[in-house]
Design a protein around this ligand. Structure first.
Ligand SMILES: Cc1ncc(COP(=O)(O)O)c(C=O)c1O
Length: 382
């Protein structure tokens, strides 16, 4: 049996399979089991910002695995300590405490719990079309009915208001609102880019009403949008920031950055694998690579070029091209899935974002000739 046949036979059937078996990756390219090469604009769903098989991460994992792979948080560890200092260095000074975990949903889950316990309030105000993960708390914050309905009843206390409409957020905020939880660019929701005045007004609202502002940077973080974190595009000082995906070059990890005084209480939250030295070593190497290679600047420049050229495609199939850095969405006037299949046939792997948006999340190390190839194939198709 092929790997795909085995997966189809033995996995719980929750993933739509694309009919491709990937066996190797390097930089912005991946190869399937027949040797066919693709430019990878899926990038593990926005994970491999520093490229597949990044040598710095490979070396860090190898060396750490020989030392110590696991170490619960009840014991200290020098690799974890170095990662904490690194996170402190790449976030604004007011975010100086970090909770380490293993995925984006876990980071969101922790932020929700921290908000409730530190404020004594229960409601979380979120955006329509927002996506925050699929565990029960994160799912309650997620908007799309398709993900929510089969699992109801969800966690009570989650309220949704229209994205980019601060007036509606003001209307929905109550004395019991613990936090507002927002993405800067709604990735799964269609690559919808938030507006400066929306975020700055919501932040003011949070300050006036003694409510926390949590920014979900799981998809936008680690240079993807042209800044280390997307909230840095605006005058924002969030109380918590959720991060994951690209943090460790492909190794599972997540984190919540918090203000100095979240006052959660010892024993109130935790995770077995959180802060493990293997993922920490990978994250240190990944973050160093981002800084040494000015990956945020690279994402800004390459994203601007790619989006500009996509906008120049004169096609009746395209409604709009949206982007922030190398987070690119092409809104089509038709369904996106057939288009994804045709792109893959031509050697470009891309993602959907909803029914009609084609999402490109290439590794930020993607080379100029690779961008030209993406453009050529996309232009021919559209
Ligand atoms: C903004 C955002 N938050 C949270 C998540 C959930 O992350 P994970 O799939 O690692 O649980 C995602 C995943 O796509 C995301 O895009």
């Amino acid at each position: 049996m092929t790997p795909q046949e085995i997966e189809l036979k033995h996995e719980v059937k929750i993933y739509g399979k694309r009919g491709i078996t990937l066996v190797r990756g390097e930089g912005a390219r991946v190869w399937d089991d027949t040797g066919k090469e693709y430019i990878d604009c899926v990038a593990g769903h926005g994970v491999v910002n520093i490229g597949h098989a990044n040598p710095a991460v490979v070396k860090a994992i190898h060396e750490q695995a020989q030392q110590l792979i696991t170490c619960p948080e009840s014991f200290s560890n020098p690799t974890r300590a170095t990662l904490l200092q690194k996170l402190n260095a790449i976030t604004p000074p007011h975010l100086s405490r970090f909770f380490l975990c293993n995925s984006g949903a876990e980071a969101v889950e922790a932020a929700i719990k921290f908000a409730r316990v530190s404020t004594g309030k229960t409601e979380i105000l979120c955006a329509m079309r927002g996506f925050h993960g699929r565990t029960m708390g994160a799912l309650s914050a997620t908007f799309n009915k398709k993900y929510r309905q089969p699992f109801e009843p969800l966690v009570p206390g989650f309220i949704h208001a229209p994205f980019n409409n601060a007036g509606k957020f003001a209307e929905k905020m109550t004395d019991n609102t613990a936090a507002v939880l927002l993405e800067i660019v709604q990735g799964e929701g269609g690559v919808n880019i938030g507006r400066r005045e929306f975020f700055e007004q919501v932040q003011q609202l949070c300050r006036d009403r003694n409510t926390l502002l949590i920014i979900d940077e799981v998809q936008t973080g680690f240079c993807r949008t042209g800044k280390m974190f997307a909230f840095e595009h605006f005058d924002l000082q969030p109380d918590m920031v959720c991060m994951a995906k690209a943090m460790a070059g492909g190794v599972p990890i997540g984190a919540v950055a918090c203000r100095a005084d979240p006052d959660i209480g010892v024993g109130k939250h935790g995770t077995t694998f959180g802060g493990n030295p293997l993922a920490a070593a990978a994250a240190i190497a990944a973050i160093d690579f981002m800084l040494e290679n000015d990956l945020a600047v690279q994402a800004a420049e390459k994203g601007a070029f790619l989006a500009e050229e996509l906008r120049n495609i004169n096609s009746p199939k395209i409604r709009e091209v949206r982007h922030l850095g190398l987070m690119v969405g092409i809104e089509l006037k038709e369904k996106v899935y057939p288009c994804l299949e045709k792109l893959a046939e031509q050697g470009v792997l891309a993602l959907p974002a909803g029914a009609t948006v084609l999402r490109l999340l290439p590794p930020l190390v993607v080379k100029h000739d690779e961008i030209i190839k993406i453009l050529k194939i996309t232009t021919e198709l559209l």
